[in-house]
Write a protein that binds this ligand. Sequence first.
Ligand SMILES: CCCCC/C=C\C/C=C\C=C\[C@H](C/C=C\CCCC(=O)O)OO
Ligand SMILES: [Fe+2]
Length: 706
Amino acid sequence: MALYRVCVTTGPYLKAGTLDNISVTLVGTCGESPKQLLDRVGRDFATGSVQKYKVRCSGELGELLLLRLHKERYAFFPKDPWYCSHICVTAPDGSVFHFPCYQWIEGFCTTELRPGTAKTICQDSLPLLLDHRQRELQARQECYRWKIFAPGFPRMVDVSSFQEMESDKKFALTKTTACPADQGESSGNRYLPGFPMKVDIPSLLHMEPNIRYSATKTASLIFNALPASIGMKFRGLLDRQGSWKKLDDLRNIFWCHKTFTTEYVTEHWCEDYFFGYQYLNGVNPVMLRCLSSLPSKLPVTNDMVAPFLGPNTCLQTELERKSIFLADYWILADAPVHCLNGHQQYVAAPLCLLWLTPQGALMPLAIQLSQTPGPECPIFLPSDCEWDWLLAKTWVRNAEFLVHENNTHFLCTHLLCEAFAMATLRQLPLCHPIYKLLLPHTRYTLQVNTIARATLLNPEGLVDKVTSIGRQGLLYLMSTGLAHFTYTNFCLPDSLRDRGVLGIPNYHYRDDGLKIWEAIEWWAWDPADPRAPQSFQLQAWVGEIFAQAFLSRASSGFPSRLCTPRELVKFLTAVIFNCSAQHAAVNSGQHDFGAWMPNAPSSMRQPPPQTKGTTTLESYLDTLPEVNITCNNLLLFWLVSQEPKDQRPLGTYPDEHFTEEIPRQSIAAFQCRLAQISRDIRERNQSLALPYTYLDPPLIENSVSI
Ligand SMILES: CCCCC/C=C\C/C=C\C=C\[C@H](C/C=C\CCCC(=O)O)OO
Ligand SMILES: [Fe+2]
């Protein structure tokens, strides 16, 4: 007789416990145990419980290979979902086997778990285990299916398959490629009382439990939104059309959501120094490119800018010194425009030239509001009349809003990270070291993007309600952006070098980002088993990302295969950095830098000026977004700038998928490195007029989850 001690941990989440009958079968190299019901006196499998059971076998089972969890009906009760955290089995000889699970088990089924030891397929030889790998991935690929959202987009998760699964259809029809988003709206897309935009409710109703927001996160998101939106609604700000009467009125949109940064932006927004500063440490710190010569589409002469460059230098000298930079919004040149409140809106495609002064300040030199120079496209200069220059800068800030929100933020973090999450779920089994490494960095990404597609990107969603290019413009921008996004852009060190910005002082996004990149790279080496590149499951993973995220475009420079450990570690580092730090850098400051609306106007109501000397305060106010457009957009900024509760900062891995000592030690070392980076950042910030906190590790979420 052999006695196995089984310890079952149930998750701490709301309704994680179950009344269903839970039985286990232990499978070892020398046989398997009889299926045994885990039943003790009193309640079994309550939320947060850790309970011990005994499984008796006729003889020892040898090395445990699998643990089968059988979840079955209890009496006449309906199925009761259970969140199984992990199971620990102590064999008669005292050896301990950890079985990580960290999954919701919904219906009546048998779930097979493997011990937590990280294994690539090269390290599996037993047919039982190879078969288990294959069945696990087949089930994942049946559950998480790709779908086309719109032509030229990264592919997304098909949430309709969850509805099918939920209705227990045993033989779901093979999914055809679902209709692209631009084929009008689904039947469930409709206005709800109190919402300024349509909401695609059905797409939110059937999220698979293992990718769904927890009850805590859902409640937190709702309670973050309610007070601010009810307050604005009662003040009539969400419904009032027309121009703002005076700029000062903008100070009182958010009474109780002011931060140090929102107040700093409100005070300094029209200063040229702050305008340039935002290219380094604002919410879109990826636009600057160093120039060695001026593009022909921007015919700025030395005479135009000499007064600002000061004595003993000239434009050509500064170009040779690598101190001239360009922000080019070419992608907006053909963006479709849109009507808001029944009025035509406008978009520009500016070119903004900046100079890095000897004192280290980045100052705007010239702004051209079109890609095509000419008499109807004046080049605005700091010496122009105050309102002309301010309006030119505000057009650039509008371009920043559109390019940042659609491309830098939603396309390059949210949508790409969705594809990483999907490929990880579909191509890597739970025992794979890369699955264990990446899973925490995909948490809630499929859910938040589904919410965004149901409330923002849907027809007559919030994007249609508050932006000058609307949903069609968003579809154009993101598909064009993806077609031009490269692996160099994706990897921070390569992007900084390629843009020629490694030498700019006070570029805190760069400095903090490179430290975090290096810490992640160091951490990624351990689980990235040097033999891993030979793993065909890993190649299937990177190949699916290449095909589904980057549409198999060789011009993207993204790898379709990983042939060396160094290539693998770089790719893993870039994925983890993008899912965590990069998203934090471009997401967390939306309220800080956008609460003062002229600094991030979501639309412009007059065409770009074609002559100088015509702008007044009144015409400026009539160009900025109307009251309701402003306030609905600021609500979104407020809501998405703070991570709802149930947070997991970078390097926090409470779900112990790694059970071996070496990766656990690497995690501890990674956490120590991040803690040091945080200390360095906080010490640096003490000397700054405006602290840069977005890449402070405790403030970075592991994954894209808002
Ligand atoms: C005012 C009601 C808002 C309801 C939306 C609730 C939550 C939003 C969910 C996800 C949001 C994700 C955002 C998306 C960012 C940009 C999308 C494009 C926006 C634009 O073009 O204006 O990222 O955090
Ligand atoms: Fe975000």
